[in-house]
Design a protein around this ligand. Structure first.
Ligand SMILES: C[S@@+](CC[C@H](N)C(=O)[O-])C[C@H]1O[C@@H](n2cnc3c(N)ncnc32)[C@H](O)[C@@H]1O
Length: 289
């Protein structure tokens, strides 16, 4: 079992991004992450789309998604409107949005997103501790519902639990590591009031998933990793960040040769499902290759 101290220690080795997580609009977030080629929401998208399409056929016409650590509604933008990260980098990096007040960005984006088609019939609930990011994503319509909560330290209210009851799919990109098994332990009773959801996490290789897996297992979930596949998250922010990451990986007996050693942070994909659902779709069908 990993303890929080381990995750905290690993987080210390990563470039600090906290200052861009809770701004009133996403311009700084996209400007900073563009420099590092942050791509995991896009790389994850085909996997999420396959899961959504399966759940659409077998569970519900409208698939209800909970995006854990949703930030400004990044996964919602990609999945609801079929946008790419490149589209989003261009959109929030436009010259005409450079000097304007946040309210103008919100007004501009309300029109922008409402004019776009919504090919995928999903509803997205976003959960994040960053209240400004959630407020933005709700105001521009990327999130159908936003929950500002830090499940590492607090529990869900009765009202929040009600909102989470119909969730079919829990997903995350770039979030595990900030959240630990504590968050999943607090989340599970709320999302399992009806048919328990499938849980799909993209996780950096340096964050061990065992403690979350164990917590989910206690609640009847089986976790599988998509074997033999790594997913590009972003470039390292500095040689120092890379050096520390390589150290972390080697300490855990994970070989970074031709992977992180080449300059990239890489994630793996974990799918956790109620025991009886596992045979419904072999995880290898989710392989993007
Ligand atoms: C790297 S960003 C990823 C955002 C988005 N999922 C993406 O891939 O673009 C990490 C997010 O986790 C959120 N976060 C950090 N600690 C959290 C916590 N304890 N509970 C909920 N969200 C948290 C941050 O506010 C931030 O929005």
């Amino acid at each position: 079992m990993t303890d929080d101290a381990d995750f905290e220690e690993i987080n210390e080795t990563k470039a600090k991004m906290d200052h861009i997580y809770n701004q009133s609009d996403p311009r700084a977030y996209f400007s900073e992450l563009k420099k590092l080629g942050y791509a995991i929401p896009e790389v994850a998208k085909p996997v999420f789309q396959k899961l959504i399409s399966h759940l659409h056929q077998h569970r519900s016409d409208t698939v209800r998604v909970l995006d854990l650590g949703c930030s400004y509604g990044v996964n919602a933008a990609l999945l609801k409107h079929d946008l790419s990260m490149r589209d989003l980098y261009e959109h929030w990096g436009q010259e005409k949005l450079e000097e304007v007040a946040c309210e103008e960005v919100v007004a501009y984006d309300q029109n922008f997103f409402s004019d776009l088609d919504q090919p995928q019939d999903i509803e997205v609930i976003g959960l994040d501790q960053a209240k400004n990011a959630i407020a933005f994503a709700e105001e521009v319509g990327l999130l159908d519902e936003g929950l500002v909560v830090n499940l590492e330290t607090e529990s869900l209210s009765a009202q929040e639990k009600d909102k989470l009851a119909p969730v079919n799919l829990v997903m995350s990109t770039g979030c595990v590591g900030y959240v630990t098994e504590k968050s999943f332990d607090r989340l599970l009773p709320a999302v399992s009031q009806g048919q328990p959801p499938w849980i799909a996490n993209f996780v950096l290789r340096m964050f061990p998933f065992d403690a979350i897996e164990e917590t989910l297992n206690e609640r009847g979930y089986v976790t599988e990793k998509l074997e033999g596949q790594t997913f590009f998250q972003r470039r390292f922010a500095s040689a120092k960040e890379q050096e520390h990451a390589l150290e972390q990986l080697r300490d855990q007996d994970i070989d970074p040769t031709s992977k992180e050693a080449d300059g990239h942070l890489l994630a793996e994909f974990y799918l956790s499902r109620p025991r009886n659902d596992v045979a419904e779709m072999p995880i290898k069908h989710l392989s993007p290759a």
